[in-house]
Design a protein around this ligand. Sequence first.
Ligand code: G1P
Ligand code: ZN
Length: 544
Amino acid sequence: MNVQTVSTQPFTDQKPGTSGLRKQVQVFRKFHYLENFVQSIFDSLEGYQGQTLVLGGDGRYYNRQAIQTILKMAAANGWGRVLVGQKGILSTPAVSCIIRKNQAFGGIILSASHNPGGPEGDFGIKYNISNGGPAPEKVTEAIYARTKEIDTYKIFEAGDVNIDELGTFQLSETTVEVIDSVTDYADLMESLFDFDRIRQLLTSGNFRMCMDSMHAVTGPYAHAIFEQRLGAPAGTVMNGTPLEDFGDGHPDPNLVYAHDLVEILYGDNAPDFGAASDGDGDRNMILGRKFFVTPSDSLAVLAANAKLVPGYKDGLAGVARSMPTSAAADRVAAQLGIDCYETPTGWKFFGNLLDAGMATLCGEESFGTGSNHVREKDGLWAVLFWLNILAVRQQSVEQIVREHWQTYGRNYYSRHDYEGVESDRANTLMDNLRSSLSSMKGKQLGSYQVEYADDFSYTDPVDGSVSQKQGVRIGFTDGSRIVFRLSGTGTQGATLRVYLESYEPDVAKQNLDPQEALADLIVIADEVAQIRTLTGMDKPTVIT
Ligand code: G1P
Ligand code: ZN
């Protein structure tokens, strides 16, 4: 056997963040950097020898090289079988689906999600466990601990595997199967949604949709599902070929970065429905004609209409949302008489609730929605869910959302991001906020009175694990709220996220622009946290 044991030294910066280890490509290309992290993953697992690993990525720059390295390391470390997506392509939800379908031990996803790619962009690596979901904190902590001690890694010496053609290869004792990237995932979608009805809608001649894959991983999936299986006309999917640099774009489906799609949906003769997904296919943005659906509302609408969709017709066990996500879903849950769980930011916190059958739908304000069909958020799933609802209700996106607000009230919502803030300044801002919390209760801020102020802490109801310091919340007596936290996915400096929410039950007052409706809270947020003074920025870099 040509297994090499290579001496190495630890790197000090391999702590996984909200969603795996994300760094600039140039960092990942440092000698041994990728190898150290991969070996640290393997070293912190028990019992994987002879088992199956799923491997794929979003097609960004460095994906192909990393896959070859990981295949050889998997072989040297005794994995039984590696299922790798053709051309190295697998979306994040597809990896989750394939792990579950094949009862794999785990999976490695190569992606920095919505961060830009290319030689100057970002790269990332995430490990998912046997339920198909992101490794929970105890696993990522073990991986991190290992990265600080590692002194050797193992790699099998061999030529590169041809990952462009479907087929089976042997690397030492390990079988490498190059699998079709799309089929298993598309079959799962077909089992959940009423494809006949959606096909009727898409081929009726009265309905047009536009799907923007942003030159990222969902292109092949979207072509296969919308244009082939569901009969939508060719051209329905735009930017549908994954490119290593995402066409020099920022593959984040929001109103700022998905501007090609936004122009179409807000232009003349706009289609009825528009959607976009991110680099690795787990995020989604939903648009109607000249109408944007806030992700928090999208979760609530899906929950309220779940019975119209075959895969969810028997009802929901519960819903879950991340803490900064608006309380729109809570109102639906209350009406349905089911529980609504509030978790810290990041999909990994939903895994236990889904496994325990406590929640069926989950969502985050950051354009993430999903269900118990896999253990990741799932962009195309959300698009199909919306299409299924539209096909049954025969109303426009805007009509559906407005009726929803009439029934449940409207949660005005916005997130303001301050990107590229110097880390020290961002930490000072959060420290100052934290130390002011104890004196805030009962305070009058503008026309709002503080009902509670705390740093969110979560006790997992399934395994009792506690996650502290998950974001500063200031809640007001009328149900409005401001949340502050620092991003855990950025690779340069710090990003401050400010989440703003207010509640409007009165239909006559539900037509404001959210920035207008939230104007007073925006001023209060700046005063309380001294955002402009401490960041040196006079406005957010991104508003969603
Ligand atoms: C961001 C989002 C979070 C999401 C994560 C991965 O994390 O806010 O909801 O789960 O990306 O897509 P953050 O950068 O805020 O830590
Ligand atoms: Zn993503």
